[in-house]
Ligand binder design. Structure first.
Ligand SMILES: Nc1nc2c(ncn2[C@@H]2O[C@H](COP(=O)(O)OP(=O)(O)OP(=O)(O)O)[C@@H](O)[C@H]2O)c(=O)[nH]1
Ligand SMILES: [Mg+2]
Length: 96
């Protein structure tokens, strides 16, 4: 997670960024933004299709999408991927 946040911080300059997080089921995708969301608990259930959270760091807004890893949804990853500024895969070393 540190590498992902480091990547986000390194591209400051824009006021708004779109981030997608893809990975296998139960990899921890939905949990990533929650340390930055005060008073919100991580959902206890698996994501149905996708989930989006907005976090604000130093006046920069990040829209963080996480997309369920089940095989039937993998074909939709490309749509999210091509519209994102930052992509992250939990467990594979951070952001690209
Ligand atoms: N030990 C540990 N557990 C974690 C971590 N991040 C998430 N978890 C736990 O892993 C489980 C799955 O987390 P989610 O964030 O829901 O995973 P997900 O990838 O969104 O899962 P799907 O929506 O089913 O694809 C939960 O029980 C979390 O509490 C972590 O960094 N360490
Ligand atoms: Mg999830």
């Amino acid at each position: 997670m540190g590498q992902l946040i480091g990547k986000l911080m390194s591209i400051f300059g824009k006021q708004e960024h779109r981030v997608i997080i893809v990975g296998l089921d139960n990899a921890g995708k939905t949990s990533i933004p929650y340390p930055f969301l005060k008073n919100e608990a991580v959902p206890a259930c698996p994501t149905i299709r996708s989930n989006v959270e907005k976090i604000v760091l130093q006046k920069t807004h990040f829209f963080m999408w996480d997309i369920r890893g089940e095989e039937a949804l993998c074909s939709a990853w490309n749509t999210y991927y091509s519209n994102a500024d930052v992509r992250g895969v939990p467990g594979l070393g951070g952001a690209v």
